[in-house]
Design a binder for this molecule. Structure first.
Ligand code: FCB
Length: 412
């Protein structure tokens, strides 16, 4: 297993965002989708959190929480607005962002593709296009050239399986296709795109840590005694959770895990799990809170013998539940570490309230509340709770110290 660098904190305590969800003022396949009225009455992303202009102030707030790492993404449509034409101002912008992130003592973890595409790329069929891997590689090379060794951690593609299913299987996200055959065509292209990006990054920055952020769901049989439900869970665990990780085993230096929830498999609805049992307490996204699922998946990832980063984990709900959620999931990390999983980081989703794709602005995931009318930011009590967890674990590995008691609720 590759040695964790001695000059890094033993555990990355972070928070995450993505360009389209926080920057504002984008012009990509998502803005086209939003402008075409595909959000079912929800407000388009528009100015979002205006993080594009307010990143420095935001970083000061993040530092108040004490995070030592920040996961963000670069917006391809800004960097390469037309095929082969790279925007020097956009690259310079991200250089400033990374510089400022480092100046605030946060290790940047940079995602290269987080769901959005330049319009020119989308109109050529996006990642379905046989040329996509080469085009993605060209973009990645430019980014890595511009950022040099300022970025040590790269996530090439965020949640390939979710992207494939939402955009090409269920049609909820652009381009809105509902064709299973396209999902199967897309996945090998995403794989090739990742592999080419991996090699390009390592060629230019051999010391970089490159991986993907894999969305994993804790699949469990609806009826624990049903053989069919059990079998369906196993099939989904392989197809949705593990297959892409296995295929990228030789081209990832760490495993990124995005974990949110459990889902139940229930015959006769094969491969179409249900999110919760009747009466279960769910979040504002309708997702069940199930920290044990994260522990189970982290244990499952042990076999890959690689450092693991929890690249996303979070909740849209009132802040009291957020505090509990963080406490329970950090405990799950700690238990998984005790069982041998080399978990090296935890990134709460999200640093800020933001644009939650097809759900628009209603769900609030942030440690920091955003008033979208005034762009005013307010740290929630959960941010203070997270701060205390981080302070109690400074320079500790594995994670062990959990502060108590949980702070009181607030209306934020
Ligand atoms: C993940 C996405 C992220 C965010 C969270 C809630 O699937 O990667 O952008 O929307 O869900």
């Amino acid at each position: 297993m590759r040695q964790w660098p001695a000059d890094l904190p033993p555990f990355l305590w972070g928070a995450a965002t993505s360009s389209h969800q926080v920057e504002g003022g984008n012009h990509n396949d998502w803005t086209q989708w939003e402008e075409a009225g595909r959000l079912q009455g929800r407000v388009p992303s528009g100015e979002a959190c205006d993080h594009y202009h307010r990143f420095e102030k935001d970083f000061q707030l993040f530092r108040q929480i004490g995070i030592n790492a920040y996961r963000l993404s670069v917006e391809w449509s800004r960097i390469e607005p037309a095929p082969g034409q790279f925007s020097a101002p956009a690259l310079a912008h991200y250089q400033r962002v990374i510089e400022s992130c480092r100046a605030q003592g946060m290790e940047p973890v940079l995602t290269l593709h987080h769901f959005t595409l330049p319009i020119w790329f989308a109109s050529r069929g996006g990642f379905l296009n046989p040329d996509a891997p080469a085009l993605f590689e060209r973009f990645v090379r430019r980014v890595v050239e511009a950022l040099g060794d300022e970025v040590r951690f790269y996530v090439t593609i965020n949640e390939p399986m979710i992207y494939a299913v939402m955009s090409y299987g269920l049609g909820t996200w652009p381009p809105g296709h509902k064709r299973l055959t396209e999902v199967w065509k897309l996945l090998p292209r995403l794989l090739a795109s990742h592999q080419r990006a991996y090699r390009a990054i390592k060629e230019s920055q051999p010391g970089a840590w490159v991986g993907l952020a894999h969305h994993m769901v804790a699949f469990e049989p609806y009826d624990p005694r049903s053989r069919l439900d059990q079998a369906d869970s196993k099939v989904l665990h392989y197809l949705f959770n593990r297959r892409f990780i296995q295929q990228t085993d030789s081209t990832q230096d760490f495993i990124g895990l995005n974990y949110y929830s459990r889902q139940y498999t229930r015959h006769p609805h094969f491969l179409t799990p249900v999110p919760a049992k009747p009466g279960a307490q769910v979040t504002d996204m309708g997702w069940e809170v199930y920290p044990e699922g994260m522990e189970m998946l982290l244990r499952d990832l042990k076999g890959f013998a690689k450092p693991i980063l929890v690249t996303e984990n979070g909740i849209a709900a009132d802040d009291t539940r957020r505090v509990q959620f963080i406490a329970d999931h950090v405990r799950a990390v700690s238990r998984a570490q005790a069982e041998g999983a080399i978990v090296r980081g935890y990134f709460y989703w999200s640093a800020l309230d933001n644009f939650e794709w097809a759900e628009g602005y209603r769900p609030r995931f942030g440690l920091i509340a955003v008033d979208y009318r005034t762009q005013e930011r307010t740290l929630r009590p959960s941010a203070d709770f997270y701060r205390r967890i981080i302070a109690a674990n400074r320079n500790l590995w594995p994670v062990s110290a959990l502060p108590a008691p949980v702070p009181p609720a607030s209306g934020l």
